[in-house]
Design a protein around this ligand. Sequence first.
Ligand SMILES: CC(C)(COP(=O)(O)OP(=O)(O)OC[C@H]1O[C@@H](n2cnc3c(N)ncnc32)[C@H](O)[C@@H]1OP(=O)(O)O)[C@@H](O)C(=O)NCCC(=O)NCCS
Length: 165
Amino acid sequence: MATAPELLDPVPDALIRPMAESDLADVVIIERAAYQFPWSEGIFRDCLRVGYICRVVMLNDEIIGYGVMSVGAGEAHILNLCIMELYRCRGVGKRLLTYLIERGTAAGMSEAFLEVRPSNTSAIRLYQSVGFEQVGMRRGYYQAVGGREDAAVLKLGLRPRRGSR
Ligand SMILES: CC(C)(COP(=O)(O)OP(=O)(O)OC[C@H]1O[C@@H](n2cnc3c(N)ncnc32)[C@H](O)[C@@H]1OP(=O)(O)O)[C@@H](O)C(=O)NCCC(=O)NCCS
């Protein structure tokens, strides 16, 4: 179990806006620094093209994080959530995750799902902090150095907002 990280200064001025194709060069730089097996620019482009909910977090004029989520058939799937290393442990990831959950709820989805490497304790801690719970394990789901790594499947029930169905 990860211990709570030291709380750094929050980033109150960060804003969330839709991702555009012109953001992809910057997004991919953050992606490559964050993951051993990063998404290609083409994967992000496909996500934009099919209409997934793709957002970037802006601080002044700089992209400091992004998230990608699909919605359909009652389910939201958080496919990517990433914050630039310099800005981690400052509440930005939680803000973006909360935003995506609200979008999924507003789109009428009843559940949100995501996959995470069991070794990714900071991400698991973030997801648990908003109520996600593990509901399964996909064996050998991820590429890993020297083989494959399982994925934990996490789920969150989404409560319809009052006045929406
Ligand atoms: C996972 C990630 C998105 C978290 O973003 P973040 O901005 O650092 O997270 P926050 O500062 O908003 O923290 C949110 C919660 O997670 C916990 N947390 C975040 N990083 C942590 C760490 N390194 N160790 C322990 N807990 C951590 C915080 O304690 C906080 O919990 P609280 O609100 O109950 O206090 C970020 O570490 C990241 O981009 N990692 C690389 C990409 C990645 O692995 N994405 C997830 C793929 S499934």
